[in-house]
Write a protein that binds this ligand. Structure first.
Ligand SMILES: NC(=O)c1ccc[n+]([C@@H]2O[C@H](COP(=O)([O-])OP(=O)(O)OC[C@H]3O[C@@H](n4cnc5c(N)ncnc54)[C@H](O)[C@@H]3O)[C@@H](O)[C@H]2O)c1
Ligand SMILES: O=C(O)C(=O)C[C@@H](O)[C@H](O)[C@H](O)COP(=O)(O)O
Ligand SMILES: [Zn+2]
Length: 346
């Protein structure tokens, strides 16, 4: 799997070099309604003049096969061959969906990731996980497929709103909690906001790359990157069924981090002091997600479809101390519901 990620002002010129190679027949840019307006102007000087734009509506609710249909129809109408390249310009929705659509078109054309949210720059564009949601379950359809390159220009973050920045910060926090206790400690003292995200992007990408390189297809250690997601995805999926109550992916992951840290303590892996540090930091950044106790069973039920499950066993990634994740820890649906009740009481 190609793991190369270029970060900084050299990223977009390096992308241009790739796109101007003779082996590229046509260039397509996939953007959502926001990135087409706000991010394309910065990318455009690095694209061949005859590139074609494919636009989908913005938002998680459009991370679907129907949006893939839009991509595949355009590629087909334009007679894209196997030497076409799809440039995914956007957040995690665009990079996940575009990667998936490219991997299936004519059994696979090359795609490159140009992530424009903090979440996509530190996490979603890296590691070759692609996919779409299906029947209300997150990333239920997907493939592992390496991009031909990942080009990270932090300047894109200048138009991103603070709520979206925070959402991306949840994945940064996840990285520290599973693998870097020192960075967790330093950054919880500094607070989450910064004028320059570049160092954090570089460190997060490097940390994720190290884990993915050991286990690109998630047979083992890559499951560490799913910390916070067994509960987080359950909560995100449940709230997607409740119009007007949707949580951003990172917001749900932040809640999942609290729940799964509590589960880590219940399993005798994490001390009460460490749990307290994690909760205090999470709530210094994120608002609490609103749900009532009566909803916890329905939320927890979504974990029955988690991709790390083996049969009826839900395998969670937990923390054995801050900075040390452990995967394949069996938990029950009842424990997940209890962790949500704990979160709700905080
Ligand atoms: N493949 C992976 O490894 C991986 C990792 C983490 C998350 N994900 C997936 O990523 C998705 C979430 O990604 P996200 O948080 O980037 O959401 P997103 O793609 O929906 O982007 C968030 C919002 O910001 C807008 N936007 C994007 N860039 C902008 C910019 N520069 N300025 C202004 N607005 C901008 C988008 O139009 C959208 O409205 C989820 O579907 C999640 O499952 C995948
Ligand atoms: O790259 C990975 O591996 C991750 O798990 C990163 C997660 O942040 C991301 O949300 C991923 O898409 C979740 O994967 P899934 O397999 O639970 O759908
Ligand atoms: Zn995630």
């Amino acid at each position: 799997m190609d793991n190369s990620v270029i970060i900084g002002p050299e990223a977009l010129p390096a992308l241009a070099e790739l796109l101007y190679r003779p082996a590229v027949s046509q260039v397509f840019v996939l953007a959502d309604s926001n990135t087409a307006r706000l991010c394309l102007p910065l990318l455009e000087p690095h694209l061949p003049v005859d590139y074609k734009l494919i636009e989908i509506p913005a938002g998680e609710e459009y991370k679907t096969l129907a949006s893939c249909d839009t991509v595949w129809s355009m590629l087909t109408e334009q007679r894209a061959d196997r030497f076409a390249v799809l440039v995914n310009l956007g957040g995690g929705v665009v990079t996940d969906l575009g990667g998936f659509a490219a991997a299936l078109y004519k059994r696979g054309i090359r795609f490159v990731q140009v992530p424009t949210t903090l979440l996509a720059q530190v996490d979603a564009s890296v590691g070759g996980k692609t996919g779409v949601d299906f029947q209300g379950y997150k990333n239920q359809l997907g493939v592992f497929q390496a991009p031909a390159g990942v080009f990270v220009e932090p300047k894109f973050l200048q138009t991103l709103d603070p709520r979206q920045l925070k959402s991306g910060y949840a994945e940064v926090l996840k990285h520290w909690l599973i693998a870097d206790a020192e960075a967790f400690d330093t950054n919880r003292r500094l607070g989450w906001l910064t004028d320059d995200w570049t160092p954090i992007i570089r460190e997060s990408v490097a940390l994720k790359q190290r884990i993915v390189a050991q286990d690109p297809l998630e047979a083992g250690p890559r499951k560490l990157l799913n910390f916070g997601h067994t509960v987080g995805h359950a909560l995100e999926s449940y709230l997607l069924t409740q119009p007007g109550r949707e949580a951003l992916h990172g917001e749900a992951v932040a809640a999942g981090i609290v729940c799964e840290s509590w589960l880590s303590m219940q399993h005798g892996l994490l001390g009460a002091d460490a749990l307290d540090k994690i909760e205090t930091f999470v709530f210094s950044v994120f608002d609490k997600i609103d749900f009532v106790s009566l909803e916890t069973e329905a939320i927890a039920d979504f974990a029955r479809q988690d991709k790390k499950n083996t049969g009826a066993t839900i395998n969670c990634t937990l923390l054995e101390g801050i900075g040390h994740g452990v995967y394949d820890q069996p938990v029950t649906v009842a424990e997940i519901a209890e962790s949500l009740r704990y979160y709700n009481r905080l």
